[in-house]
Design a protein. Structure first.
Lengths: 106, 207
């Protein structure tokens, strides 16, 4: 059960965030998916570990994830930080809304 | 207002809406981890009856060496009566007020200072922690003194983690409760991702 949860959350997050990044950044789809996989494989396991075992606070974790991902988006896509932050907030907002909808519908 | 500001505002509102809820109602996707209690040396006191009484429940439970728990929103205490003074048939007929008086204004019944709770914590449903068992030790019967001796964390994969109480008011936390098969997910995948990202950035910088 826990593997289903982890794999689905990982896939859902990558798909949602890559789609939103592509809509805003209009970069090469393969590059966007690759970076989405890399960034989310870095942040999601750490965020889930923190949420399950250390700090049961979605607000704090979302803020940290947004900040980390915005920095990585800025560096990898070589765009300005305000735009990276905007992309990160939108993408994480969308993935969090969908993720919560999914968890609530289980 | 700029669209960027709207996004930030919506994000903050969303985060505050879904920050931890402390209401009594459990959220979907969350689970309560129950606490079970065991009075480990109860058999050392055969001349006494150990009773559990809580608010709003249970009214009365006669304890033995088996584990026990109670309604999730209740708090309860352990009481002590001599077997010779204990009349379960008479207690069963008591109403709430009489029962409360029996437990709290009765020279033949001793009350433990230890207040027991039924829920350890609320976690995500995917949390591997299944339940906890607190082992209680009767230190003395006159006056009645019961202490928390140790806590056993029970996980879904069958593993347990036992910790001793050094201070009665501080619950010792579990040692990292991560099942082995998930340890790779929580460590190896982020490390690999970080290494690849760093490699890409370094390659770009020096090519």
């Amino acid at each position: 059960m826990i593997f289903d949860f982890i794999l689905t959350s990982l896939a859902l997050t990558v798909v949602v965030e890559a789609t939103l990044w592509w809509i805003i950044l209009r970069d090469k789809p393969l590059k966007i998916v690759g970076y989405a996989v890399l960034i989310n494989f870095l942040t999601l396991p750490l965020a889930q570990f923190t949420y399950f075992y250390l700090l049961n606070n979605l607000f704090f974790l979302e803020v940290v994830v947004v900040l980390v991902e915005s920095l990585l988006i800025m560096l990898l896509f070589q765009i300005k930080y305000p735009k990276a932050l905007y992309v990160s907030i939108l993408a994480n907002l969308a993935s969090a809304v969908l993720g919560l909808w999914w968890v609530y519908s289980l | 207002m700029k669209s960027g500001n709207v996004v930030v505002l919506v994000f903050l509102i969303f985060c505050f809406l879904f920050s931890p809820a402390y209401a009594d109602v459990i959220e979907p996707g969350q689970k309560n981890v129950p606490i079970y209690y065991v009075l480990e040396n109860i058999n050392d006191y055969p001349q006494y009856v150990f009773l559990l009484h809580g608010s709003p429940s249970p009214d009365l439970v006669v304890l033995n060496s088996s584990s026990f728990t109670f309604y999730k929103f209740s708090t309860a205490r352990i009481y002590l009566s001599k077997k010779s003074d204990f009349n379960p048939a008479a207690i069963e007929k008591m109403n709430f007020t009489q029962l409360d008086s029996y437990f709290n204004n009765n020279s033949k019944v001793s009350k433990s200072d230890l207040e027991l709770e039924a829920i350890y914590e609320t976690f995500s449903e995917s949390s591997p922690l299944e339940n906890v068992t607190i082992i209680l030790k009767i230190v003395s019967v006159n006056p009645l003194k019961i202490e928390k001796s140790r806590i056993i964390y029970q996980y879904q994969n069958g593993k347990t983690d036992q910790q001793n109480y050094n201070q009665q008011n501080t619950t010792p936390p579990p040692s990292t409760p991560v099942p082995d098969n998930l340890f790779l997910y929580y460590t190896l995948i982020p490390i690999l991702a970080a290494l690849i990202i760093i490699s890409i950035l370094v390659y770009r910088r020096y090519r």
